[in-house]
Design a protein around this ligand. Structure first.
Ligand SMILES: NC(=O)c1ccc[n+]([C@@H]2O[C@H](COP(=O)([O-])OP(=O)(O)OC[C@H]3O[C@@H](n4cnc5c(N)ncnc54)[C@H](O)[C@@H]3O)[C@@H](O)[C@H]2O)c1
Length: 334
């Protein structure tokens, strides 16, 4: 049988999406093993799976804090990797992983970087100077109890998890790298959740480029998380999830596993090599080190059957993003 042999570690959660992606590649990819600590898959121990099946490519889709040891084992077994985002949670781990991955192919699962909008953007805006994200989503109470790491300090949060793609996209579009000035304004609505469900973030570098993010997971009005990009020659709205540029949907999204196989077979550049995600890791580490955010008072919230709403949250997110002003700077939640 032909096709690159692929194994999936972490198959029961978001891994189901990867199973479909592997299948969609047809004969180019041959699934040789699934592994999850939950029963129902070929293996519960990824090391045993690596020894017995020797896959050429391993897709790692386990909780973020488990990525590093599994990735190191897979690299040591000689495999190339598609590692889910966030690759790791600290710069020290990022460097450990980068050293271990020398000579191997390691793609990180920020799939929106395979969007055709990325290539078209410079022609529309010139050099990107600022990127501003506005996102208002609804996540019910069950979202915060779905996994052992959900809502846990140092592991999760609206900025580093739910809106991770928006953040990574904004970093990639502006090309911002540390050292930078970071300021945050973070809130939560549930005492049992240790991380932000609502936040603004501002990143600035000395040459004037900036990233701004205003997001909430407590809005019944949906704002997709589009990015307003302002550049030296113009401005543009990027819908990173649907490949929209100023309302036009562009064809030609490249899948990250397909790109990894192209890299192995033909030397095509990886879309999301680990090095491209280092600014995200630095930012994530800083956010995850923050103390639990301010708890919003119950009289600011509207209880719903399945969760907690912040009335007017979508409007606040839009205002903050348009002015690149923190919630506290527009008088919200004072
Ligand atoms: N790219 C995206 O759009 C996207 C979307 C959702 C999740 N993710 C990422 O995918 C990863 C998994 O997310 P999830 O929501 O499915 O998490 P999850 O907590 O549901 O874990 C995924 C699976 O990993 C299994 N697992 C845990 N430890 C394991 C181990 N040592 N060996 C084998 N299996 C193990 C769990 O049993 C579970 O079935 C995370 O890194 C997350 O950030 C990415």
């Amino acid at each position: 049988m032909t096709g690159t042999t692929v194994a999936l570690v972490g198959a029961a959660g978001h891994g189901a999406w990867h199973l479909r992606a592997i299948e969609a590649l047809g004969p180019r990819a041959r699934l040789v093993a699934t592994c999850d600590v939950q029963p129902g898959y070929d293996y519960t121990d990824h090391r045993l799976m690596l020894r017995e099946r020797r896959p050429e490519v391993v897709v790692v889709c386990t909780p973020p804090h488990t990525h590093l040891p599994i990735a190191l084992d897979a690299l040591a077994a000689g495999a190339d990797l598609l590692l889910e985002k966030p690759p790791v949670l600290s710069l020290a781990d990022h460097r450990t992983l980068a050293a271990a991955a020398a000579g191997r192919a390691l793609q990180v699962g920020f799939q929106a970087l395979g969007s055709p909008t990325m290539g078209r953007l410079p022609g529309l805006v010139g050099e990107a100077v600022s990127a501003s994200v506005a996102g208002a989503w609804w996540r019910p109470d069950t979202y915060w109890t779905r996994s052992s790491w959900s809502g846990r300090r140092g592991r999760d949060g609206a900025l580093v998890n739910a809106f991770a793609h928006a953040l990574m996209q904004a970093l990639a579009i502006t090309g911002i790298r540390p050292p930078w000035t970071l300021s945050l304004d973070r809130y939560r609505t549930r005492p049992t959740v240790e991380v932000e469900d609502t936040a603004t973030l501002r990143l600035e570098v000395p040459d004037g480029r900036s990233v701004f993010v205003a997001v909430t997971l407590c809005s019944t009005e949906f704002v997709p998380g589009d990015i307003t990009v302002t550049g030296t020659q113009g401005a543009c709205e990027v819908g990173y999830a649907q490949d929209r540029l100023d309302g036009e949907v562009l064809p030609g999204r490249i899948g990250l596993l397909e790109n990894l196989l192209d890299h192995r077979d033909r030397g095509t550049d990886l879309l999301v090599p680990l090095s491209r995600t280092e600014p995200f890791t630095v930012l994530a580490e800083a956010i995850l080190a923050e103390a639990p955010p301010a708890l919003l008072a119950a009289d600011r919230l509207a209880a719903r059957d399945d969760g907690v709403e912040i009335p007017g949250a979508a409007g606040l997110v839009r205002r903050a993003a348009a002015g690149r002003a923190h919630f506290r700077e527009i008088g919200a939640f004072q």
